[in-house]
Design a protein around this ligand. Sequence first.
Ligand code: SF4
Length: 83
Amino acid sequence: MRLMIDPKEREKRLEICESCEFNDKRRPKLSPVYLDVCLKCGCMIEAKARVWGSRCPIGKWDFEDALHVKLAQDILREKNENN
Ligand code: SF4
């Protein structure tokens, strides 16, 4: 099963988050691995942006595209065939 999105899609998401007013970029960086947090959902943005099926809580990402719908259908079909 596919869990990570295409790197190009991840970059699109991160670009949107980068300019978002809910990106908590103002927090001091506590360590080299500190990741920016979305103030709307509390997720670490870098991690959230990598995962297939994650969503922007206010709809700034529009990834209900045909590829994702097809992948969801494939996963459901595979699950049904194995039951
Ligand atoms: S996930 Fe959505 S609300 Fe959160 S920082 Fe990104 S664009 Fe903004």
